[in-house]
Structure formats: C-alpha cells, structure tokens
Design a protein around this ligand. Structure first.
Ligand code: FMN
Length: 314
C-alpha cells in the first residue's frame, strides 16, 4: 500500500479518505466536483432531484472533474428504479445507498461494475450490509444532520462496535467537521469519514445563502432529532420544528405529522431560504462551523488539523 493510502482510498481510487455525504438541496455537481477535485469523493445527492435534473448534474459533474465521484440514492424517495437506470446509463462508477435495504440494489449495481456503499446507524444494520455484499459501510452516529436512526447511538459508541462486527471498509459519519474529529474517528476504527454539515456551509453547496449563514450562527443545542415515527431527522429548532412539537403535545397524530411535512418543507427552508417555515436539516457539529468557506479551504483545514493534532500520551 502506498503511503497515505488505505482501503477506502484504494476502493474509490481517491487521494484522501474524505467523502462528502449526499445531501438533499446541497450536493449538486458543483459541490461534488469541487470535493473530488480536492482529492476526496464528492457525491451528488439524488434525493432532491427529479430524474432529468439528476442526469444533468451527472453530465455536468463529468465535465467539471476527471476524478472519481458518485451518487447518493436515499431509498425513501420515489422514482428509485428510474434513478438507478440513469446512474447506469451515465456510467457512474460509485453509488452510496441509504434509508433502505442494502440488498435491494447492491447486486444489480455491482454486476455492472459499480462500487456500492450503504449508510446505516446501527451495528445490526451494518451486519446486514456485510451480508448484502456491499463494498463499504457508512456508520452514521446520532449527531449527524439529516435522516438518522431511532436508537440515538453516537458516532463515538457506534464506530468501535461496528468495527468489532464487520470486516468491510468502514466510513464514519456524524459529528465530523475538524481534522481532529476525523483523526479520532479513524483511531476508533474507521478507514475514512463522510462529512455532511461542514460541506453544507460551503460556497459550492447549492443551498440558499440565508441557510448557509444560519448554519454559521447555530449554537450547541439548536438542533434536535425528531419525527421518529416517520423517518427520524435532525433539524433546527425553528418555527416549523415548534409546530411539529405542538402536534406531539396534542397526541402524536401521525397523519397530522405527515400533512405538515412533505419534501416541500425541506426545499422551502434549505433551498428557498425560509428560515422559519422550512425544514432545516443539519448536524450537532454546526455549533463548530462559524464561516461559509470554499471547499478547497475546508479541505486544507481538515488536512492541516489532522496532521497537527497530537498523539496524547499517558
Ligand atoms: C442538509 C443535509 C441533507 C442530507 N441529505 C442526505 C441525503 O439526501 N441522503 C443521505 O444519505 N444522507 C443525507 N444527509 C446525511 C449526510 O450525507 C451525512 O451522512 C451526515 O451529514 C454526516 O453527519 P454531519 O452532518 O455531522 O457531518 C444529509 C445531511 C444534511 C446535513
């Protein structure tokens, strides 16, 4: 193995084991190609894209980088068969599936020569991924932004446990925005990291400027994991969040929750910039993000912090 190379960099043919998580309303071709051009792995987030928009983003990403990039396919959204078809037609080489069963598409994609990683939030599901034959597993802790598991297992507890039970390459996600956190995750047993929130507040992310600025102002305790009955999601405690809380107080009516949700709320908040009525997904680590930066600066910070974080001795 070359110096600096490990199972993740070799699997995806990248320079650094840093993956930019697929993020609805953030990770279009601009963000994904910028991350790949820095030596990480950029992922286009298919979750918020109609099929024709996804195809356009893949085409533009191919023009913007000659480095490997992938597509994230959250299986909780509609049109997934069509999305998979487009990925195959466009010759994408890497897919990260999430929010669904790892068995559903892994074999189909691997038969066509693609590498497949799947995102989980528990050791139990990590074992299922291994059984499904994925090429890598993303284990995402409770701190993470976006959709998450119900069990509230933090990255610090999840990674060593997953590591103990699986042999596939392991990517840690949730609560990583600094090089020191990346190093800690790798000391715990991860071969690489998947970062969402830090890349959400970058110049290249396709989210609304209001939202990017809001991320830089968030403090500890400003986010909460809610909607466990439907699809658990970590979001900012704004007016929309309080409306959901009111529904809980008046009796956890699932139909009412569904009615006030819908994809439109996420778009309204993160893409259209309505900081009160919209759903604002972000991780706990937002408390450590105080500047919107270009992707190359995020990268150089991560690498510098990683290298300069000392090795404590006892
Ligand atoms: C705004 C936002 C949107 C997200 N959308 C998706 C998504 O569409 N698919 C997915 O698999 N994960 C999604 N995630 C999770 C990220 O891919 C990543 O795993 C997570 O953000 C890592 O934790 P961090 O936010 O602490 O860095 C999203 C996260 C955020 C912050």
């Amino acid at each position: 193995m070359q110096q600096g190379q490990n199972r993740i960099t070799q699997l995806f043919n990248i320079q650094y084991p840093i993956i930019q998580g697929g993020m609805i309303w953030h990770s279009g071709w601009r963000l994904a190609s910028a991350v790949s051009n820095c030596g990480g792995l950029g992922l286009i987030g298919a979750g918020s894209m109609y099929p024709d928009i996804l195809r356009e983003n893949i085409k533009k990403c191919k023009q913007a980088t000659d480095k490997p990039f992938g597509v994230n396919v959250p299986m909780l959204y509609p049109n997934i068969d069509e999305v998979i078809q487009i990925i195959l037609e466009e010759g994408v080489k890497i897919v990260f599936t999430s929010a669904g069963n790892p068995k559903t598409y892994t074999e189909t994609l691997q038969k066509e020569g693609l590498k497949v990683a799947h995102v989980v939030s528990s050791t139990k599901f990590a074992i299922k991924c291994e059984e499904a034959g994925v090429d890598a597993i993303v284990a995402e802790g409770f701190e993470a932004g976006g959709h998450n598991g119900r069990d509230e297992t933090t990255t610090f507890c999840l990674i060593p446990n997953v590591k103990k039970h699986i042999s596939k390459p392991l990517i840690a996600a949730g609560g990583i925005a600094l090089g020191s956190q990346m190093k800690a995750a790798m000391i715990l047993g991860a071969d690489g990291v998947q970062i969402g929130s830090r890349f959400a507040a970058t110049a290249e992310a396709s989210a609304h400027e209001n939202w990017k600025q809001k991320i830089t102002q968030l403090q500890e305790g400003d986010t909460h994991l809610t909607l466990k009955e439907l699809a658990p999601v970590r979001m900012v405690k704004n007016k929309f969040f309080n409306e959901l809380e009111d529904i809980y107080i008046t009796g956890r009516n699932k139909e009412l929750l569904i009615a006030s949700l819908g994809r439109a709320r996420a778009k309204k908040g993160m893409f259209e910039g309505d900081m009160e009525e919209g759903e604002l997904e972000i991780g706990q680590v937002s408390a450590l993000i105080d500047e919107v930066l270009p992707v190359d600066k995020v990268f150089s910070n991560l690498l510098e912090e990683f290298r300069n974080t000392g090795n404590p001795v006892l």
